[in-house]
Design a protein around this ligand. Structure first.
Ligand code: PLP
Length: 417
């Protein structure tokens, strides 16, 4: 029996054992663990609000203050490098703000992206990217054009060519730091090119989703060049809207989100929101300001998250290296992110869906294969996202060993000769 056959037999035997005793583990979504949530319990249990007045004299218990309270706008302004009038503080979800921006541009009366019913609206989608971005574009009927990521952000040659020629391309998503799922960050050169590129439409829009702005996993704390400043310098002051939230700093279900952009964009979005609500939750904004305080204390708080998260990423790297270092290198490639929440696997062509299905059959749920591509469509079928944050180290070890068995079995079966 050749070596390959005996490896396959061994993997099948191991897999059969997993099948006899299925597990119940999910590595599908980037959810903070209970230990991480504990870090912010005092936000609810201990923060006392001595004055119900915000710094700009709003009674935070009452209606009003749609742009957010002054102290919250200042705090998020520190993260986004925006002035108070360039900063809008919303509710508990930055995705909601992004959807609102898209919805506003699709349907506002004055200048909608789509002037006629059958006129297509298209977006550039750096891939692999965040599936929920793709879901919202698809829901709104916006056609998605995937552009490959390079390790330093989207392939700018391709982006520049597309946006300079096609006026139906209205914008793009970028996750600039520790991208979900590849972990990569955009280089200064990419920031400059995005800020200054020629676009066929005058009001081309970049949704700059900085979800992992302070979510470092190593001592090398990646800093991204200021895209708002670069866009202003290039004569495109309204090109970019930045988004952040405290979802993965404090409590995802009860956090605070914000956006930073030109005052023109911020005012337009405030006007849009004024048609659907009178104000967001200002008490929660105040609580967050008291809890997170300033940049330094945010960094100290994020260090505690890192202490919990980092060992999980090290484990993934160690187990994959043990299985697929050396001779088996060609079975799978994986990222070693410096921040964020995900590891991305590039399997052999036509293997990702089978690996995810094999894992599901033994009770381990992963994000659907290729979900990081628009429409979930990746002709190479080689993309898997791992989200380890919500697993204990013990669970992670079990799940990763099973994953390695599945990768080995599926790859050997697919490439039998
Ligand atoms: N943006 C990215 C890139 C994410 O990965 C996530 C969560 O995984 C979000 C946004 C969700 O943000 P929020 O909780 O503020 O809606």
């Amino acid at each position: 029996m050749d070596q390959k056959q005996s490896r396959l037999d061994r993997a099948r035997t191991q897999y059969a054992l997993y099948k006899e005793r299925p597990l119940d583990i999910s590595m599908a979504r980037g959810i903070p663990s209970k230990k991480q949530l504990k870090l912010s319990e005092s936000l609810v249990n201990d923060i006392e609000i001595e004055s119900w007045l915000s710094e700009d004299e709003l009674d935070i218990r009452n209606y009003g203050g749609l742009y957010g309270i002054k102290e919250a706008r200042e705090l998020f302004g520190l993260l986004l490098k925006t002035k108070i009038e360039e900063t809008f503080v919303g509710g508990n979800s930055s995705l909601q703000l992004m959807f609102a921006v898209l919805n506003y541009h699709m349907y506002n009366k004055q200048n909608p992206w789509s002037k006629a019913k059958d006129q297509p609206v298209k977006f550039i989608c750096p891939s692999p990217g965040y599936d929920r971005h793709w879901f919202m574009l698809d829901y709104l009927g916006i056609e998605m054009i995937p552009v490959e990521l390079t390790g330093n952000g989207p392939d700018m040659e391709v982006v520049e060519k597309l946006v300079s020629q096609d006026p139906s391309i209205k914008g793009m998503f970028v996750v600039p730091k520790y991208n979900n799922p590849t972990g990569e960050s955009v280089s200064d050169e990419v920031v400059d090119r995005l800020a200054s590129m020629h676009t066929a439409v005058q009001d081309f829009l970049i949704l700059w989703d900085n979800a992992y702005i302070v979510h470092h996993l190593t001592d090398e704390k990646v800093e991204i060049k200021n895209i708002l400043a670069a866009s202003k310098d290039s004569g495109n002051p309204d090109r970019v809207i930045q988004f952040v939230s405290t979802s993965k700093m404090t409590l995802p279900g009860a956090g605070v989100s914000a956006m930073g952009s030109s005052t023109k964009n911020i005012d337009a979005m405030a006007e849009y929101f004024s048609k659907q609500l009178i104000s967001f939750d200002k008490i929660n904004q105040k609580r967050h300001v008291k809890f997170l305080k300033d940049k330094q204390s945010i960094e100290a708080h994020m260090e505690k998250h890192r202490e919990i998260l980092e060992p999980k990423f090290s484990w993934i790297d160690a187990i994959l290296s043990a299985y697929f270092g050396g001779e088996s290198q060609s079975f799978v490639e994986w990222t070693s992110p410096k921040g964020g929440y995900f590891v991305h696997l590039t399997t052999r062509v036509n293997c990702a869906s089978k690996i995810v299905a094999a894992m599901a059959d033994i009770g381990i749920t992963l994000t659907p294969a290729n979900a990081a591509y628009p429409y979930g469509s990746n002709p190479l079928d080689n993309s898997i996202r791992l989200a380890p944050s919500n697993l204990s180290l013990d669970q992670l070890e079990i799940a990763m060993e099973a994953l390695c068995v599945c990768i080995e079995m599926v790859t050997l079966e697919t490439y039998e000769n």
